[in-house]
Design a protein around this ligand. Sequence first.
Ligand code: 5GP
Ligand code: ZN
Length: 149
Amino acid sequence: MSTCIFCAIVARAAEASIVHEDEHTLAFMDIRPFTPGHLLVVPKAHASGLADLDPEDGRRVFAVGQRVAAALRDGSVGRPGEPQDGPRADGVNFFLADGVAAGQEVFHVHLHVIPRAAGDGFGLRGRPTSPRRPDLDHLAGTIRRRLGA
Ligand code: 5GP
Ligand code: ZN
């Protein structure tokens, strides 16, 4: 995937500020962060969306996201006795856009890890609705059948 910017970052053919690397995943700072510390976790193997993502890579990406989220929230990240620097989040949002309609712009699966603090201005737009239980049951049944359950 020579035209994929995240594959280029994985191959070190494009610049990135890397936070974590292991055999299967890479985590690096988002160049247009919503909040300070906003970063992305990607599988090294190219997958354009959830449909072609190896579920094992999905688990690995989520697990790295968990570790990074803990580091973002952790007040003890620095060496003992040294002053803390960098973001210290009061909360973290995970976000993953799958498909154009969901807002996906880079077609290499990536998990956004977004540190949160009160009043940081980040939020999802949208208004919850109040469907009746029979409508929820009907939808649940439809999706269950698609899952083959
Ligand atoms: P999406 O809307 O596809 O979920 O988000 C794509 C994200 O990738 C955006 O937050 C955008 O800022 C980030 N991004 C796009 N190009 C680059 C790049 O070249 N380097 C880095 N580090 N992030 C990028
Ligand atoms: Zn790619």
